[in-house]
Structures are given as structure tokens and as C-alpha cells.
Design a binder for this molecule. Structure first.
Ligand code: ADP
Length: 295
């Protein structure tokens, strides 16, 4: 008898299960959060200011200890990563004021000494293309140049997991999306995982293949952007009508909003083969609407 062939399960680059974190005396920021990032995924982490994006990325990297939950990077406990796993991570924090008196050339030489793998040709290419002066003290670079340098440093050792916290915050609006696209192109061909946070929707268009919405301490939804636009619908009707519709569709609502006079508005991700009952009006949502409704 032959056994059915299953492809080997991929080890997630990052896996979080039931992660809860609160700052001392503060509210709960992450609340039983589950999340998985797979090789080859580019994920835009979307959430309002203060939703906890920075906290989540720091916690994912093992830089903050959650009060509950488990975090694995490449299958290893994030708090006890070995050096080989550590070398597979690239991280661009939102702000970093370290090394201000170094020049970019000195900074890169310093980091090169830590990594067994270091792509000097890529570094040189990006330094020229992104127009960074190698020999000026970092404190004299513009905010955008500092941010680009920080990204080059994080790309140089060809990480398998690249985590970027608001990577284009210091760039002008016109350049943001193009720059992100180029950045993502740098890592995609290697099957790496890229996750970047943003609160600016236009950053995501044509860049983030997957979007994760962070809301109330959890990932409310993660899916490819084109699928979301294709599948998410809003329905409005009486509570009874909506309950009947949900039962018929057999999917949990993403969000329910009570309206006046016993009516409600329900957001649903339709299954691919969903047939809507006659007479039911379904409203499509754009990315703006999704952001407003889900975060
Ligand atoms: P985002 O990146 O989405 O803007 P943050 O992760 O920076 O959100 O912050 C989430 C929440 O945690 C906010 O309410 C913020 O004020 C609070 N917070 C962030 N850092 C700290 C800290 N070090 N100590 C206490 N509260 C913090």
C-alpha cells in the first residue's frame, strides 16, 4: 500500500501563540495574540497609532518578554535563540540613535565583523543607489538617509526574516511606496519573510502581498490584499436577517456593528464559492474602509 504524499510542513519563520503583554501599570497591549509568518511571505502589519505594532515586533523578536504565550523563531524559542538562528534575522527599529559619531563605512565594517554571511556587493550597490555618503558622520545624515542606512545594515547578511518597524516613516510620501517595493524585491527572490509595520495605507498597495490588521491586542485578520478586496463584504439588515444570513453562509462575522432600530451591519469574508441569497445587498469595501472597520 502506498501512503499519500504530503509536502513537508514548512517551519514558520515566526510563530506566536497566545501572546499577552502589558506594560507596568499600563493597559494590555497584546491580548492572547496568535500569528504566523511563513517563508516567502511579505506582510504589512497595519494598525492605528498606539495599537501596539512596535510592541508586537519587539516581542516577536524576543526583545520583550510576554507575560503569557509562546514565541518561536525558525522553530526555536525566541528567548533562547542560538547564534545561527540569530544570524538569520534582520531588524530595522523605528528609531536608533546609536552610532551617531560613526560614519556609514565604519558602521558597516563593525556589523560585518559579527556575521558569517555578509553580501558586500549588495551593500556597495545599495549605498550608491540609495545615495548615502560613506564618510560623513551618521548624525549629519538626513532622517531618510539614516533610515536607508539602517535598512542596508539589516539586509547585508541576507536575513531569512526581515522585521522593519515603520521603515519608510522618514521618507517623503512620493518615494515611500517605490522604495518599499524595491526593498521587498531585495528579499523576495530568496524566499525570505518580510514583515513591516505601517499606519499609512498607500504603503501597502502593490507591496504587501499580505496584510495583517492589529486591533485590540490581536491580529484581527491576515490575508493577501487582493483576496481581501475580492472577498470581504458588508451586509446590513435586521438582527434576525443577519443571523439567518450568517448561518447560511457558515462563516463567522469579522465585525458586527449595532445600528438603530434593531438593525446591524456585519462584515464577512465570503468563502470563494459563496452563493448569496436573492435580494441581499452586499457592499464591497476598499482598503480604506477595511482599515477603518478592522482597526
Ligand atoms: P504602535 O507601534 O502601534 O504605535 P506601540 O507598540 O508603540 O504602538 O504602543 C502600544 C501602547 O503601549 C501605547 O498605548 C503606548 O503608549 C504603550 N507603550 C509603548 N511603549 C511603552 C513603554 N515602554 N512603557 C509603557 N507603555 C508603553
Amino acid at each position: 500500500m502506498t501512503s499519500p504524499h504530503f509536502p513537508p510542513a514548512e517551519t514558520p519563520s515566526a510563530a506566536l501563540a497566545g501572546v499577552t503583554l502589558r506594560y507596568p501599570k499600563g493597559p494590555v497591549v497584546l491580548n492572547g495574540l496568535d500569528w504566523q509568518l511563513l517563508p516567502g511571505q511579505v506582510v504589512g502589519l497595519l494598525g492605528r497609532n498606539g495599537a501596539g505594532k512596535t510592541t508586537l515586533l519587539e516581542t516577536l523578536l524576543g526583545l520583550r518578554e510576554p507575560e503569557a504565550g509562546r514565541i518561536a523563531l525558525f522553530g526555536q524559542d525566541a528567548a533562547r535563540l542560538d547564534d545561527a538562528a540569530r544570524a538569520r534575522i534582520g531588524y530595522v527599529p523605528q528609531h536608533s540613535d546609536l552610532f551617531e559619531s560613526f560614519t556609514p563605512a565604519q558602521l558597516l565594517a563593525y556589523f560585518r565583523s559579527f556575521y558569517p554571511r555578509w553580501n558586500e556587493a549588495k551593500v556597495e550597490g545599495l549605498m550608491s543607489r540609495w545615495d548615502i555618503d560613506r564618510d560623513k558622520p551618521i548624525r549629519k545624515l538626513s532622517g531618510g538617509q539614516k533610515q536607508r542606512l539602517s535598512i542596508i545594515r539589516a539586509l547585508a547578511h541576507e536575513p531569512d526574516l526581515l522585521v522593519l518597524d515603520e521603515p519608510v516613516a522618514s521618507l517623503d510620501p512620493a518615494g515611500r511606496r517605490d522604495f518599499l517595493r524595491e526593498l521587498v524585491g531585495e528579499v523576495l527572490d530568496r524566499g525570505a519573510t518580510v514583515v513591516f509595520s505601517t499606519h499609512i495605507l498607500s504603503d501597502l498597495e502593490r507591496v504587501a502581498f499580505n496584510i495583517a490588521f492589529l486591533s485590540q491586542g490581536r491580529i484581527a485578520l491576515q490575508a493577501p490584499l487582493d483576496e481581501l478586496l475580492e472577498q470581504v463584504r458588508a451586509f446590513t439588515g435586521s438582527v434576525t436577517e443577519m443571523a439567518a444570513l450568517m448561518a447560511r453562509l457558515g462563516v463567522p462575522p469579522l465585525k458586527r456593528t449595532a445600528l438603530q432600530a434593531g438593525r446591524e451591519r456585519v462584515l464577512v469574508r465570503l468563502p470563494a464559492d459563496a452563493a448569496l441569497p436573492e435580494g441581499v445587498a452586499a457592499e464591497r469595501l476598499n482598503l480604506d474602509d477595511l482599515f477603518t472597520e478592522l482597526t
